[in-house]
Design a protein around this ligand. Structure first.
Ligand code: FES
Length: 210
């Protein structure tokens, strides 16, 4: 299958993002073009939070969050979003605990996780690269950026380098089409990306150990 088509099949639609946004950020208007008013805050970053139990248990903060939200409409999406913000993905053990605390069948939890492409079931690398393949970025070479990253890192979309340093995801229109092609690494936005600059950009994140 053509790479672009293959990529696009993995993407959530804009309406998915809009619904997600309405649930998760009711106070923050959705721009309607796939972007958020404050992308830094909302682009999914790899928080890498750790618990003494090893990242697979609900933290006390998450437990409080569920208690606070469980009776409200849209609580499941909200809870899953917070869990992913905390761990970078939805750990299996945490999905079980969410089901218990929200008193919902596990199948429903996984139904929502798999419905929204936004949610991850696998832990991403320390540095999460999101390449935009929305129309403007695709037309301006987003696919070349993606191909170069895949070749340089030796991985494909939705996978992680063996050393756990980098993961690649494809996203659709981040709302800054004037900067196309765009990619985001750990929430930092790179516009007008040229493939020749990618080695330097990647090196910066390899060296950064915060
Ligand atoms: S298509 Fe709009 S930011 Fe990439």
């Amino acid at each position: 299958m053509h790479r672009f088509m293959r990529s696009r099949l993995r993407l959530a639609s804009l309406s998915d993002y809009a619904i997600m946004h309405a649930f998760c950020f009711p106070e923050q208007p959705y721009r309607g073009d796939g972007g958020w008013l404050n992308m830094e805050k909302n682009v999914n970053t790899v928080a890498q939070a750790k618990t003494p139990e090893g990242e697979t248990k609900l933290t006390p903060e998450l437990t409080r969050f569920i208690e606070e939200w469980k009776a409200r409409p849209g609580s499941l999406v909200m809870v899953l979003h917070r869990v992913q913000q905390t761990f970078g993905y939805i750990p299996r053990a945490v999905a079980f605990e969410i089901a218990k605390q929200l008193d919902q069948p596990l199948a429903r939890i996984y139904g929502v996780i798999t419905f929204y492409n936004f949610f991850r079931l696998k832990k991403p690398g320390r540095n999460l690269i999101q390449v935009c393949l929305g129309t403007a970025c695709y037309l301006r070479g987003g696919d070349d950026v993606l191909r170069e990253l895949e070749e340089t890192l030796g991985i494909s979309i939705n996978s992680t380098t063996p050393d756990g340093e980098f993961s690649i995801e494809v996203v659709r229109c981040l709302g800054c089409c004037g900067l196309a092609p765009v990619m985001v690494i750990n929430g930092e936005v790179y516009g007008k990306v040229e493939t020749a600059n990618l080695p330097n950009i990647l090196a910066k994140y390899r060296e950064r150990k915060d």
